[in-house]
Every structure is written in C-alpha cells, then in structure tokens.
Design a protein around this ligand. Structure first.
Ligand code: ADP
Ligand code: MG
Length: 432
C-alpha cells in the first residue's frame, strides 16, 4: 500500500521565489501519475518534496497515511531516478546497482527455515523445564522471534547478488554487469539508473525526466519499456516530464502544471477531450490546437459559430452541452485541433477557403500551414495514406484548398479567463 497525499503543499525558495502554490493531489496506491508542464513550472520541486530532498514550506505530504514532512528521505521508502543518471563512474554496473542495498543498514526480517524453527522450539522446551523469571522472559522473546522471523541488519551478499541480477535481467543489462558506466551507451546507463532504483524495496517510485537525455528513437523504446516495467514493479509511480507524449502514453492520470499551479488533473482522455482551459488545450496535443476569436450564436437553443463568413452549426453532443448550460450568444475563443480539420472536395457552404503556405511532409501525414483570406493562420494534419496522387500534388505551397470541421471537434473558451465553457472542473487559479 502506498497512497501519496499532497495537501496545500507550497514551496518558497530562498529569495522569496514561490515555485509551487497550494498543490493538492491524492495519488492512489499503484497509480502512475505524471507531472507535465513547461520547464520551470515546479514539477521537480514537487517531486523532490515527496522524495524528501527539498523541505516543504507549507502544507503536508503523506505517504501511506503518515505525514512525512519531517522524515528524512532515506526513511520515506521511496526510490528515485534522476535525469542525469547520477551513476558512480568508478564502480561497475553491478556495484552501482548494489549501492543502495549496501548502504541500507536497517533490520530486515526473513522467514525461519523449518530446521531453525525446530531449534527454537527445542530451546523453548529446555527453558520451560526451569521457569525462572529470567527464563520466562527469554521464552517470550523466542516466541516473538518465531513470529517476526530472522532479524538481519542490512542485506546479505547472496541477497544483494540475487536482487541485482534479477533487476538486470528485467532490464536486459545482465551482460554489462562488470562494465563501468563510461563503457555504456546513454540508454544502457539509464537502465542501470532505473535498476539501481528497482532493487530497493520501495513504496513509491519517483522519476524526474528519466528519458530526457536520450535520442528520440531510444526515448520511444524506453517509454514502452517503462510501461512494461511498471507492470513488473507494481508500485506507485510519480513521473515528471516536459514531454506531453510521455505524459499521455505513461500516465493513468496527468497533472498539467504551469508557473507552480495545477492547471488540470485528469486521465489522458479527459485532458485531451475536455481540457479545462486554453493552456491545457494547447499544451497537450501536437501540433498545438488552433484558436480563433469569434462569436458563438444561440438562436432559440440552436447554436452556431461564425467562421470567416460561414455559419458552422454546433449540433450533436456539443450543442446539447451548450444548451444544458444555457450559454448565451457571446464572444469566444474557438479551439480546433489540427487533426480534427478536414479537406473538403466540393467547398460547401460551411467550408473555409485557404491558401497553403507550407506543407511539412511528416511521413504518415502532412502538416499544412494555411492562411485564410483575412490572414488567420491555421495548422491542419492530413493523414497521407488515403490521398490520391492528384490530391498529394494539389497540396503544394500557394495552392488553394477548402477546409471543414465538425462541431464535435470544437472547444469553446472564454477569451479573457481562457476557461473552457463546457468544463465541469473547478476553475483553477490562473498561473498568469
Ligand atoms: P521544473 O522541474 O518544472 O522545470 P523546478 O521545480 O525545477 O521546475 O523549478 C520551479 C521554479 O523554482 C523555477 O522558477 C526555478 O527557477 C525555481 N527554483 C528551483 N530550484 C530552486 C532553488 N534551489 N532556489 C531558488 N529557486 C529555485
Ligand atoms: Mg525539472
């Protein structure tokens, strides 16, 4: 069991820099939570407060229901993996991984073997033949130790060997155990750093941008390995990244942060489909969501948006939701993701004529940077697989095409507060 609760947690660094404002989060046992946000938004600070590497200025952090604010890092039962690996260059991979085990001098209890238990029973039987107060005390101690198990300070050599080789096997680095870190690639070093964190019996696994130093291909590979690793370790994870793809693919829940504030907490689907505010809408998803300052019009409960001279009806679920909330006609920021815009062949009434400025060929898709007649820029993602040769040839710089999108792809934000008009979440403090 390892639930992590952060209640009104605040971090004020020396010099009065407030890095984290009133952070509230309840992380469930075995949950994988990702803190994501741009550099400097307070992700590492929050993680380090959980780890005990940074004092908590205000509020409480609980692990397993116990307030840990004043507990030293080593007593919090956490394991941490850092971005820069922090391996000891003079130690072999084996010794690097064994390091936290050799350092651990706490008492560990192991089950007695049957033979050992028989020996204890024999001792008790002998002592019972002469039950002096002193012997009675000894008997009680022996009975207790039968329950507790064999007490050992630290870990035995055998055990260290077993734990390190097991973790190495899981991570596929067995063949490097005798090497020094300098003879390893970046990805292999990262595995060693993860392995070193894995060998410890921990309640919470903390990772701070563990993949940032790897090249793109390796990062993708390690990302899927972390998903597998998570199943094997089966503990509570808190993972920090600035990369929205990592957050989306790894997290059970994502905490989107900005300037020390939480902007939204939700599952990947929730933050993608129903971002609470414009910041989340534009941080999650790539390329970034397009926005247009325009009007939402309510005509007797039927909605449309005005869009470059066209009236685009808002029907279906989105229309119902607006109606249910009784949203009046008003100015809005309309948000539409690049992947939710389509090319229209016939250029019907609600399609928008645009000129292609740049076509970025990404392999499986085009990223079209287009411009409307009134100079508004829009980015569109077009999958290439079903395009005809003729269509491909039409998507060149300077050519005109028509765009359409449906109401289900629309997001409506208040232009000033930038809050999603349809989001149910509590309005969060703006980090601005
Ligand atoms: P992130 O991990 O999201 O990039 P950090 O948690 O490292 O952000 O930093 C959050 C803010 O706190 C930043 O403005 C940073 O400059 C500041 N900060 C971090 N560490 C210190 C420190 N030791 N002293 C003063 N300010 C710090
Ligand atoms: Mg950081």
């Amino acid at each position: 069991m390892a639930r992590v609760q952060l209640e009104n947690v605040k971090k004020i660094y020396q010099g009065n820099v407030t890095a984290v404002h009133d952070f509230n989060l309840d992380i469930q046992d075995k949950e994988f939570v990702v803190f994501v946000g741009p550099s400097g938004c307070g992700k590492s600070t929050t993680l380090r407060m959980i780890a005990g590497l940074e004092d908590i200025s205000e509020g409480t952090c609980k692990i397993d229901g116990e307030v840990v604010n004043d507990l030293q890092s080593k007593d919090r039962h956490i394991s941490m993996v850092f971005q820069n690996y922090a391996l000891y260059p003079h130690l072999t991979v084996f010794e690097n991984m064994a390091f936290p085990l050799r350092l651990d001098k706490k008492i560990h209890y192991y089950p007695w073997t049957e033979e050992e238990l028989r020996n204890i029973d024999n001792k008790i039987a002998l002592l019972k033949q002469n039950e002096t107060p002193k012997n009675k005390k000894k008997i009680a101690q022996l009975e207790q130790s039968k329950v507790d198990g064999r007490a050992v300070k630290g870990y035995s050599q055998d055990e260290i060997f077993q734990k390190v080789t097991e973790a190495a096997k899981v991570l596929g680095i067995t063949q490097y155990l005798t090497r020094k870190p300098k003879a390893l690639s970046g990805g292999q070093r990262q595995r060693v750093a993860i392995g070193r964190a894995m060998v410890k019996d921990c309640k919470v696994f903390l990772m701070d941008e563990p993949l940032s130093n790897l090249d793109a291909k390796l990062r993708n590979q390690m990302r899927s390995e972390i998903i597998l690793l998570r199943k094997k370790i089966n503990t509570t994870f808190v993972y920090v990244t600035h990369d929205q793809t990592e957050a989306m693919t790894l997290g059970d829940r994502i905490v989107v942060m900005r300037d020390g504030f939480i902007m939204q907490v939700g599952t990947p689907t929730q933050v993608f489909d129903m971002p609470d505010n414009l910041f989340v809408a534009q941080f999650i998803g790539a390329p970034m969501m397009n926005t247009f300052k325009t009007n939402l019009v309510n005509e007797g409960g039927k909605y449309h948006v005005e869009f470059f001279g066209a009236k685009i009806p808002v029907d279906g679920e989105k229309g119902e939701a607006l109606k249910k909330k009784g949203i009046p006609s008003r100015e809005i920021l309309l948000g539409v993701r690049p992947e939710h815009i389509n090319l229209s062949k016939d250029g019907g009434a609600s399609s928008i004529p645009v000129t292609i400025e740049v076509n970025e060929m990404m392999g499986s898709e085009y990223h079209l940077h287009v411009r409307t007649e009134d100079e508004t820029k829009i980015i569109v993602r077009i999958p290439t697989i079903n395009l005809t040769q003729e269509e491909r040839e039409s998507m060149v710089n300077g050519n005109k095409v028509n765009l359409t999108f449906e109401s289900k792809a629309m997001h409506f934000f208040d232009p000033i507060s930038e809050i999603n008009l349809l989001a149910d979440g509590e309005p969060v403090a703006s980090g601005k």
